[in-house]
Design a protein around this ligand. Structure first.
Ligand code: MN
Length: 208
């Protein structure tokens, strides 16, 4: 995961043919936006169903594929596999990625909102979020439509293709049991549509 904003989207673009996918190409990494950084969780019915968990950091969306999705139960340790940085505009992407293209399958926006960095060092000083991710542990509070409260991402395995993290809910006032979402029943935070409805064309593939 590059910390160089200008080069951060090279991998994203290398994997895609923008004449064949309606996913956003993304402009220059957006720097210096005011306000709380955003997060989005998409459900992606690809070769294997998964959730894509994305946090805005330094003008791009740092991204992890979470096979079982985020859980509101602190006992659930959800495997999160890092994927390439995505452009900020990807927050709004919902639609069908054509067969044969990278990530072919249906995408819905399941949750979206903002987050706040909770990562602190031993002395209680805030660790900048990008630095926390580089070090392999970041804590943050989500303020979404569905997800709320503290979560942590912790790298449990390094090493390129095999890099793995865990996404775990903090035991705070927003924790609850039974925090698992059935991706096939879940509805888009944008359109209210299910994956099946989006795939059937009841919602246009767009980034609006
Ligand atoms: Mn995905």
């Amino acid at each position: 995961m590059s910390r160089d904003p200008s080069g951060a989207l090279a991998e994203y673009r290398r994997r895609r043919d923008f004449s064949r996918t309606r996913e956003p190409k993304g402009g220059r990494a957006a720097a210096g936006r005011d306000g709380a950084p955003s997060f989005v969780v998409q459900i992606h019915d690809a070769t294997a169903m998964h959730f894509d968990f994305r946090l805005e950091v330094d003008g791009v969306l740092k991204s992890w594929a979470v096979p079982k999705g985020p859980s509101a139960d602190p006992h659930d340790k959800r495997l999160a596999m890092p994927t390439e940085d995505h452009p900020l505009e990807y927050r709004g992407f919902e639609g069908v990625i054509a067969p044969g293209e990278y990530g072919a399958g249906t995408v819905i926006v399941w949750d979206e909102g903002t987050y706040r960095n909770l990562t602190a060092d031993r002395a209680g000083r805030e660790v900048p979020f990008a630095e926390a991710l580089e070090r392999g542990h970041a804590s943050f509070r989500l303020d979404g439509r569905k997800l709320h409260g503290g979560y942590s991402l912790t790298r449990i395995r390094g090493g390129g293709e095999r890099e793995a993290w865990l996404l775990v809910k903090h035991a705070d006032g927003r924790a609850r049991a039974g925090g698992t979402t059935d991706p096939r029943r879940a509805r888009s935070a944008h359109s209210g549509h299910t994956l099946r409805q989006v795939a059937a064309g009841s919602a246009p593939g767009s980034s609006s």
